[in-house]
Design a protein around this ligand. Structure first.
Ligand code: HAM
Length: 416
């Protein structure tokens, strides 16, 4: 019987994992500067958190959720994204009673039953951030600027920041109607999905990837042309703050996003080097979601970064490096093996990566192993060395050798 992993679910191995860890560490550093604290919410939630939060008529909820009935006969779903669970937690744990704003970040796997392709997986990882309690454009600009700084700090420049405003409950209905009027003229020519979207969520037609639908919607009314006074001013201020902070951005009036909770500012960061799945991060404002989940009216904004896509871009720039031990201790004979083990443990206790030989094989085969694992040094302990209290070291890369007293081993490897 040969087992294999599920389609669209990847193993993440060394040396790639070191790229992942570096990205996560940098993200933590940047988040700390902006006062975002980590929050860990469960992977499994009650299904209605997502149907309510993301929207019944979205692709995610309609087609992509891993939903099942648990042994207690409840419908539960593996989270397809992090915002809805964080909002559920915010309301449930009364986090709105704490000083505003509350800023949180999270990392972890998300699950969507999509057709796997380059950059698209069924289990994928996000690093996300959510800020609650501030309605003013300064928070939009802060979150977007933080995302830019984070991406730059991990070594990714030259990405496109696409921005849009999709309005609010006040201006959306008129825009929706303008779209319906426009689409109704040639409705029969749109793909079956879009014909359904016409009924359920016409904004989503702007996002359809079918080429013919793209042609048909040329000249469709733009949301920016239908913003109410409040949304217009808000968006203009966000843009002028981004200009002041020198965050380069372009306007994309078709950026409607695949989740229903958004209001006002939406954004997506894209790269030209990723093929079809080019969004490395995306987010926006969702000023009504906390209230919809039963909390007090609380404005909020956030984003999520797709880790696999970030790692792909970083690996294109530089091959991941496999870390290597500082020293491999080769031993000959039982007594030397015990002394070797003791030295290895002493070195480790002093912060040095040391490997032992596990008592196996000739000196030659042990040195071969030292070479294979890339150890910088081999330390050789035989009977004579034990008696003399002097150990032989060999620099595996340069071929140099010498002797070091047992008492000096730690300082020798700390300085070499
Ligand atoms: P999203 O656009 O669905 O937004 O996902 C954010 C990012 O996750 C995408 O830009 C992409 O990089 C990555 N991603 C999404 N699906 C996949 C997949 N199947 N395989 C690999 N990567 C993927 C959200 O999830 C929102 N919760 C973001 C947000 C937070 N909005 C406000 N706060």
């Amino acid at each position: 019987m040969k087992y294999s992993g599920l389609k669209g679910m990847e193993d993440i191995l060394p040396p790639d994992i070191h790229v992942w860890q570096a990205v996560e560490a940098t993200a933590r550093t940047i988040f700390a500067r902006y006062g975002f604290q980590e929050i860990r919410v469960p992977i499994l939630e009650s299904t209605d958190i997502f149907t309510r939060g993301i929207g019944e008529a979205t692709d995610i909820v309609e087609k992509e959720m891993y939903t099942f009935t648990d042994k207690g006969n409840r419908s539960v779903s593996m989270r397809p994204e992090g915002t809805a669970p964080v909002v559920r937690c915010y309301v449930e744990k009364n986090l709105h009673t704490l000083a505003s704003p509350q800023k949180y970040f999270y990392t972890g796997p998300m699950f969507r039953y999509e057709r796997p392709q380059k950059g698209r997986f069924r289990q994928f990882y996000q690093v996300g951030a959510e800020a609650f309690g501030v309605a003013t454009p300064a928070m939009d600009a802060e979150v977007i600027s933080m995302l830019r700084n984070l991406l730059e700090a991990i070594g990714l420049g030259g990405l496109n920041f696409e921005l849009n405003s999709i309005g609010c409950a006040e201006c959306r209905p008129a825009y929706r109607q303008a779209l319906l009027d426009f689409f109704s003229v040639k409705l029969g020519e749109y793909c079956p999905d879009c014909q359904r979207r016409y009924e359920t969520n016409p904004l989503r037609i702007l996002d359809c990837k079918v080429a013919r639908c793209g042609e048909l919607r040329q000249g469709a009314p733009t949301v920016t042309g239908h913003l109410c006074e409040g949304c217009r001013t808000h968006f203009d201020e966000v843009l002028s703050l981004l200009n002041a902070l020198k965050v380069p951005h372009t306007l994309n009036p078709n950026l409607v996003r695949g989740l229903d909770y958004y209001t006002r500012t939406t954004f997506e960061v894209t790269s030209e080097h990723l093929g079809a799945q080019k969004a490395v991060a995306a987010g926006g404002r969702y000023d009504r979601l906390v209230e919809e989940f039963g909390g007090p009216a609380t404005p909020a904004i956030g984003f999520a970064i797709g880790m696999e896509r970030i790692v792909t871009l970083l690996k294109d720039q530089q091959e991941p490096v496999q870390p290597e031990p500082v020293v491999f201790v080769a031993t000959l004979g039982k007594e030397a093996e015990i002394e070797g083990f003791r030295i290895v443990e002493t070195l480790r206790a002093r912060g040095i990566w040391a490997e032992q030989s596990y008592g196996a094989g000739s000196l030659k085969s042990q040195l071969r192993r030292a070479d294979r694992i890339g150890a910088a040094f081999a330390l050789i302990i035989g009977e004579n060395e034990l008696k003399a209290g002097l150990l032989q070291w060999k620099n595996m890369k340069k071929g140099e050798q010498g002797e070091v007293a047992v008492a000096d081993v730690v300082s020798f490897f700390q300085t070499n």
